[in-house]
Design a protein around this ligand. Structure first.
Ligand SMILES: Cc1ncc(COP(=O)(O)O)c(C=O)c1O
Ligand SMILES: [Zn+2]
Length: 460
């Protein structure tokens, strides 16, 4: 069973039922899942976890969904590699790499999407959607296929071809937006208000984000039930970073590991570093940036969890590093040459970021340090955001997979999307309450009261 009790506003602390909502109605703060830790502590033991499946679902009781109906595509329990060669080179005695490249769609996003899909099914949504920098799109398309749901995947128009194919193979409706991730995200916020879809990183976000905790749980278990001293994590929205820390704290609260006062540091590419920039200004105020970096999976100029990442950094005595695009490539090369791991640009960011943090004296040589490698480069081949990819990218991929509907939309808002035949059951909002749980009322009713235009649909 799940021990999730309610949603709680991270700002004003107001409680909400476990509904498909993500923002506090009073202060617009983000909502987060809150658990009955006492009951969880009585039920969850090391032994219980160790007897579980060899996937992230061995921690099902610590997640906000029903383990019996979880959508499991074999995500998690990825290798924790003792990086002796790289550690020696960098002067670290106990460096570990969490190799999340080995997830089913080759990135840590499978963790968050597994949880979001499971919860979306419990809420009886029939469509899974996302705003993505690429990896999330792959994972949403794959999970929708497994769950028998429709997939609507929104990506920046200049995405790498490998990442487009990594989604296209699962036959989602793929919508390429003329703009970067921040424009895609803005469009999707409007779309999620109009259509009864489970947007994993919008209306499902409180549940979705919880999936990243499993990376922290796994590291604790794989270190022999010990928390790391220091984690270095690539930052985009800042969600992975904050949730790894939440996972480590929960292991300690539940008595599964001893509290180590784990330090949390982050890394960004210079061309998109709003969190690191605020950190260097000693401010909690994020100034949004227009991304210009080869690290496309981290190219979020206005990070949703940026403030919380900065708070975690300050609370844990962590630090932030930025690296140039050349250093991103050097980081990828270094990791491949020393440890045989072929990571994508986010991996290059974290390895070169680690190097920078060592140079600046933020990492002690005797710390048990963890560097999270969240995705592989295999799907990032070919054009990498060049001018020609912006001109030709999506059309080329239409040829690459004739099964896929790729439509270009201007980022002028949901009203400007291509429309199609009416959605059946448009007025029957699928997000019914889960049995036995109190609800805030029917969110579909609120939408209908606002007079949303029925009968339009994205794509073809
Ligand atoms: C490979 C990779 N690493 C790290 C991240 C960081 O994720 P977050 O948005 O949770 O900070 C992302 C986000 O897209 C990613 O694709
Ligand atoms: Zn609030």
């Amino acid at each position: 069973m799940s021990f999730a009790k309610n949603l709680k506003c991270r700002e004003c602390g107001r409680d909400y039922p476990l509904d498909p909502i993500h923002v506090c109605e009073f202060c617009f703060g983000p909502l987060e899942v809150f658990y009955d830790y006492e009951a969880m502590g009585r039920a969850v033991t090391r032994d219980h976890i160790e007897r579980g499946p060899p996937t992230m679902w061995r921690y099902a009781e610590l997640l906000p969904c029903n383990p019996e109906t979880a959508v499991d595509i074999g995500t998690g329990l990825t290798p924790l590699v003792r990086a002796r060669n790289l550690g020696r080179l960098l002067g670290l005695e106990r460096l570990y790499i969490k190799n999340d490249c080995q997830n089913p769609t080759w990135s840590f996003k499978d963790r968050v999407v597994s949880v979001a899909t499971s919860v979306a099914r419990e809420f009886e949504f029939d469509t899974l959607a996302c705003a993505s920098t690429g990896n999330l799109a792959n994972s949403v398309a794959a999970h929708a296929a497994r769950a028998g749901m429709k997939a609507r995947v929104f990506i920046p128009g200049d995405l790498e071809q490998g990442k487009i194919i990594g989604s296209a193979i699962y036959s989602p409706t793929l919508v390429a937006v003329d703009g970067g991730y921040d424009e895609v995200n803005r469009l999707c916020s409007e779309v999620s208000d109009k259509y009864p879809w489970a947007f994993v990183n919008i209306n499902m976000r409180p549940y979705y984000a919880e999936g990243s905790k499993t990376l922290g749980y796994e590291v604790g278990e794989q270190l022999g039930w010990r928390a790391p001293d220091h984690c270095i994590v690539p930052l985009a929205s800042g969600s992975l970073y904050t949730k790894i820390y939440k996972g480590i704290k929960e292991l300690a609260w539940l008595g599964l590991v001893e509290w180590q006062a784990t330090r949390m540091s982050g890394a960004q590419a210079e061309g998109c570093s709003p969190i690191a920039e605020a950190w260097n200004r000693r401010s909690f105020l994020i100034k949004p940036q227009k991304p210009n970096t080869i690290a496309k999976s981290l190219a979020i100029g206005n990070p949703a969890d940026g403030y919380y990442a900065l708070k975690t950094m300050a609370d844990t005595n962590g630090a932030a590093a930025t690296v140039t695009d050349d250093e991103v490539v050097e980081g990828i090369q270094l990791l491949a040459e020393t440890e045989g791991i072929f990571a994508e640009t986010a991996g290059g960011v974290v390895i070169s970021g680690l190097r920078r943090l060592i140079e600046d004296g933020h990492v002690r040589s005797d710390e048990v340090s963890l560097s999270a490698q969240p995705s592989t480069l295999l799907k990032q081949h070919s054009r990498n955001g060049t001018a020609s990819s912006r001109r030709r990218g999506v059309r080329d991929d239409r040829q690459a997979s004739r099964e896929v509907h790729v439509c270009r939309v201007a980022h002028q808002g949901a009203d400007h999307l291509e429309t199609g035949p009416p959605v059946r059951n448009r007025h029957k909002h699928p997000a019914r309450r889960r049995p036995g749980r109190p609800g805030l009322g029917d969110p579909g009713a609120r939408r209908r009261a606002r007079g949303d235009r029925p009968g339009s649909r994205l794509g073809s």
